[in-house]
Design a protein around this ligand. Structure first.
Ligand code: S3P
Length: 450
């Protein structure tokens, strides 16, 4: 049963060429952070291009519960009246973060150095995901967490009344963990230091600097050492959210594998900590070009043009690239199924603790569509069947995971038979306009499998 209401099965049908322009929504990571940092600034932050997906809306509601005023205006812009660092007040109800790991983990960081209790919950997917990776470092600030066994939600976090700054090396490559520690460090006196061995998405660092925090990153033998000076007065900002490379991945990859396609996906943020998929696709021989490459708001931005690429080859995806494309492995595996030869994806243990176990979810669904997959605890291999060579015909479980649902629907546009996902509801968490946007390019859906 879907946590988003009654399950809504959706079928993708072999489609003609996909053509035209795909205006994908705003970046999810930056949207969450815009609301949270806006709430911690003094005064009004104005946001345009905010992703109005369920995950981000849940974070907006949480900010209101903590005392900030969050308003959507008729022209589609959002404003946040911030309460300042240390200014949150105890919420009078449980904070429901829905499906969002980013939402709950960043919020736990934000309240960990406020001397009150907050109870968090989520949907069945979120309530099964590991939270100790965040509550362990937050305990070093003086916060206490009581949750279900193995650190699962629902969970109550009692924030530290007299927080101390911490120095913490993240044991897993996770921007959520890094960001939770930095958010807690905002309301601790002195310097909080986070050390990460592998670079993960750096939106928190970039945005906090933009809000006026003293934050620096040094690359050392230990890894990236990020130092934040606590208790700054954050200045409100005007934020234009760039378009989400993780959402762009779907029309881009669908075009690469669907015969005759030529799709333009404009204004995509190519921050190097996010662009690993596009590099990998080019390594596989994809006809994917960056047009109008430029810089906007300190980030590299380009219009992506993807054309049908019948000659793509399987490759070994460098393990050190994993963090920069961690959300894109499901759709990459769909491209790999349409390439010649084997695609080997090592160093991806984190895929097992996302909205679903994404290796297992994709492997079972690809097998149901006639594709051979091998897997280990932190690697998997997809045996490509060449362009248009995937049989399809399967009904696959989306497992409350938006990216699994969208990946299999994209597979269905090029497979020989239809591909059905048992519940397309979760797509609304990150890409609510996925279906009309793909239809506008020429993709075909059926509400029921025929
Ligand atoms: C995110 C970090 C990543 C990513 C998620 C968004 C963020 O998670 O998978 O979709 O905005 O910080 P991890 O930090 O667990 O790798």
């Amino acid at each position: 049963m879907s946590a988003h209401g009654v399950p809504t099965p959706l079928t993708a049908v072999k489609s003609g060429p996909l053509t035209g322009t795909a205006d994908v929504p705003g970046d999810k990571s930056i949207s969450h952070r815009s609301l949270i940092f806006g709430a911690m600034a003094v005064g009004e932050t104005r946001i345009t291009g905010l992703l109005e997906g369920q995950d981000v809306l849940d974070t907006g509601r949480a900010m209101q519960a903590l005392g900030a005023e969050v308003t959507r205006h008729d022209d589609g812009t959002w404003t946040v009246q911030g309460v300042g660092v240390g200014g949150f007040s105890e919420p009078d109800h449980v904070i429901d973060c829905g499906n969002s790991g980013t939402g709950v983990r960043l919020l736990m960081g934000a309240v960990a150095t406020h001397g009150f209790a907050t109870t968090f919950t989520g949907d069945a997917s979120l309530n099964s995901r590991p939270m100790a990776r965040v509550t362990d470092p937050l305990a070093l600030f003086g916060a206490e967490a009581v949750g279900r066994s193995r650190g699962r939600l629902p969970l109550t976090l009692v924030g530290a009344c007299e927080p101390v700054p911490v120095r913490y090396a993240t044991p897993v490559p996770s921007a959520q963990v890094k960001s939770a520690v930095l958010l807690a460090g905002l309301n601790a006196p002195g310097q909080t230091v986070v050390i990460e061995k592998e670079a993960t998405r750096d939106h928190t660092e970039r945005m906090l600097a933009g809000f006026g925090a003293e934050i620096s990153t040094e690359v050392t033998d230990e890894g990236r050492v990020i130092t934040l000076t606590g208790q700054p007065e954050l200045r409100p900002q005007t934020i234009v959210v760039p378009r989400d490379p993780s959402s762009a991945a779907f029309p881009v990859c669908a075009a690469l594998i669907t015969e005759g396609s030529d799709v333009l996906v404009p204004n995509i943020c190519l921050n190097p900590t996010r662009a690993g998929l596009f590099e990998t696709l080019r390594d596989m021989g994809a006809d994917l070009t960056y047009e109008n490459l430029r810089e906007e708001g300190g980030e590299p931005v380009a219009d992506l043009r993807a054309r049908f690429s019948p000659d793509m080859k399987g490759i070994e995806v460098p393990a050190e690239r994993a963090a920069s494309m961690i959300d894109e492995y499901p759709i990459l595996s769909v491209v790999a199924a349409n390439a010649e030869g084997v695609t080997y994806m090592p160093g991806v243990a984190e895929l097992r603790v996302k909205e679903s176990d994404r290796i297992d979810a994709m492997a079972r669904g690809l097998e149901a569509c006639g594709v051979t997959v091998e897997e280990g605890s932190d690697w998997w291999k997809v045996h490509g069947r060449g362009a248009g060579g995937v049989r399809g015909g399967g009904t696959v479980a989306a497992r409350l995971d938006h990216r699994i649902a969208m990946s299999f629907l994209c597979l269905g546009f090029s497979a020989q038979n239809t591909v059905t996902v048992d519940d397309a509801g979760p797509i609304a968490t990150s890409f609510p306009i996925f279906r009309p946007l793909m239809e506008q390019l020429g993709a075909r859906f059926q509400d029921r499998q025929e």
